[in-house]
Ligand binder design. Structure first.
Ligand code: IPE
Ligand code: IPE
Ligand code: MG
Length: 255
């Protein structure tokens, strides 16, 4: 493995996104290409999280949201769903202590309801244990759906008795599962599809999008750095006119 720091190897990374969201897609096709069962792809995909989290930490990304299981994924064959649930339990048991030691703050975005009670407990314990850590936040979108999230937020807002006039973008953001986290700056999708699949649909309103054909188990630190190089080239306008870049003279209109 190349030991040279990523920022030196990739000097074209001139801006690091604060929050990156990843749609970890392509596990099934990765396995299929090797003549393996789909679950072997999910296992390889789960193992890959450690490598990408390490690279994200090195690159000084502060929040990494990973899409691990969608509300729509319940529609897969029962054995696959059961396998994905087992993998979640396994990975929490195996990794939490190390993540905690490395300053990782674990968050969960999604509905706990619907997940087996013992897994709910494991998730909550990992979140509580690591809540004070500040090096990087690993936000795991599990049993997550963007539309379900908005419904849950609205129900909660109404239950808390907010007046209609008090409902603002900031209030809704605060009530989402991601409350308190900044919006994602960059959404990466592996596996070659060009869609959000119900991921962070509210929060990604102004995110930059990056898609790669690489299947998730093969997405490594070079791939992440390449996505950040591409992000560095983007001009984020937020509906306004281009900002003068460094070295460019600002055009000042006469008063
Ligand atoms: C992504 O990989 C993981 C989950 C959705 C849980 P897929 O399982 O969707 O892989 P492909 O898209 O079938 O290759
Ligand atoms: C999105 O991948 C969900 C996750 C990565 C967890 P899918 O494979 O479920 O998305 P679609 O079905 O291709 O839209
Ligand atoms: Mg898929």
């Amino acid at each position: 493995m190349n030991k040279q720091p990523l920022r030196e190897r990739f000097p074209n990374i001139t801006r690091v996104p604060h929050h990156v969201g990843i749609v970890m897609d392509g596990n099934g096709r990765w396995a299929q290409a090797r003549g393996l069962p789909r679950l072997a792809g999910h296992k390889a995909g789960t193992d890959n999280i450690r490598r990408v989290l390490q690279a994200a930490t090195e690159l000084d990304i502060k929040v990494l949201t990973i899409y691990a299981f969608s509300t729509e994924n319940w529609g897969r064959p029962p054995e696959e769903v059961a396998g994905l649930m087992n993998l979640l339990g396994e990975v929490i048991r195996r990794e939490t202590r190390d993540l905690h030691a490395n300053g990782v703050c674990i968050r969960h975005s999604g509905r706990l309801e619907g997940i087996a009670p013992h897994l709910q407990r494991q998730i909550q314990e990992a979140v509580t244990l690591t809540s004070e850590n500040r090096r990087i936040t690993l936000n795991v979108a599990f049993n997550y759906g963007g539309r379900a999230e908005i419904i849950d937020a609205l129900r909660h807002i109404m239950r808390d008795g907010h007046a209609p006039e008090a409902v603002t973008e900031a209030l809704i953001s605060q009530y989402l599962y991601t409350g308190g986290l900044p919006d994602p700056d960059l959404i990466v999708r592996t596996g070659g599809e060009y869609r959000l699949s119900n991921f962070l649909i509210w929060q990604a309103a102004y995110a930059e999008y990056y898609a790669t054909p690489t299947f998730w188990p093969d997405f490594d630190e070079v791939e992440l750095a390449t996505a950040l190089e591409e992000y560095s080239r983007r001009d984020r306008r937020f509906g306004k006119v281009p900002q003068p870049g460094p070295g460019q003279a600002a055009i000042v209109s006469p008063q």
